[in-house]
Write a protein that binds this ligand. Structure first.
Ligand SMILES: [Zn+2]
Length: 214
């Protein structure tokens, strides 16, 4: 597969080669501009566990690398102006402990064309100098066989105000999935894993919940 280098855009901020001073080419269609590279260096030198710079970088919308298509750009703009009032909220309030970490599922919120899962993650505090934003990766499947994966624009924030045990830290997160479950969806199997857990021996079991949607 070949890539048209004149179309190069920074994979971190979306700017074109003509809009930046320097661009470093990575594998395939991946690029990083001098400013984003500097930001990454600053994040590596930031001693706070959840630096606002790291959160800002990780929460940017994904850069569309393919050639611009006016129709696609329009729909992209449309989806960024999403209504903030959910059309429907399903309260879950279920929790499960796996190897010392607790995942609490708060609620599902349905919007026009996506739904969001809101959760709390209680675990040992991340050490100072943690240079990247931890995530929980989800796998969802409803009773009709529709599946959703990933964390899609998920955000995670430290909530020291919610912690009442010095050995545990509370992190609040959300994950977004498209499309909405169909009309026949009644139950949802939700599996969740800490991707960093793969470096532990033995790797922790994923959490698994069964959610009733109706
Ligand atoms: Zn950039």
């Amino acid at each position: 597969m070949s890539f048209d280098r004149s179309m190069a855009r920074c994979s971190f901020c979306g700017r074109h080669t003509s809009e930046v001073r320097r661009m470093v080419a990575g594998p395939g269609a991946a690029y990083i501009c001098d400013e984003c590279l500097q930001l990454c260096t600053d994040i590596l030198h930031d001693s706070t566990p959840f630096s606002t710079m790291a959160l800002e970088l990780a929460s940017r919308p994904p850069v569309v690398v393919a050639a611009p298509n006016p129709r696609a750009e329009q729909s992209e703009t449309a989806t960024t102006r999403e209504p903030r009032e959910p059309l429907r909220t399903i309260t879950l309030e279920i929790e499960q402990k796996q190897q010392g970490m607790t995942l609490i599922l708060h609620r599902l919120q349905y919007f026009q064309d996506f739904f969001e899962l809101h959760y709390l993650w209680i675990r040992h505090p991340f050490s100072t100098g943690f240079a990247f934003v931890p995530r929980i990766i989800f796998f969802l499947r409803d009773n009709t066989g529709t599946q959703w994966t990933g964390d899609h624009g998920g955000m995670i924030l430290a909530r020291p105000d919610l912690a009442n045990d010095p050995n545990n830290a509370v992190y609040q997160g959300s994950a977004r999935f498209r499309p909405l479950p169909g009309n026949g969806a009644r139950t949802l199997i939700l599996r969740a894993a800490d991707p960093l857990g793969q470096f532990e021996t033995p790797p922790p079991q994923p959490w698994q919940f069964e959610i009733t949607l109706s």
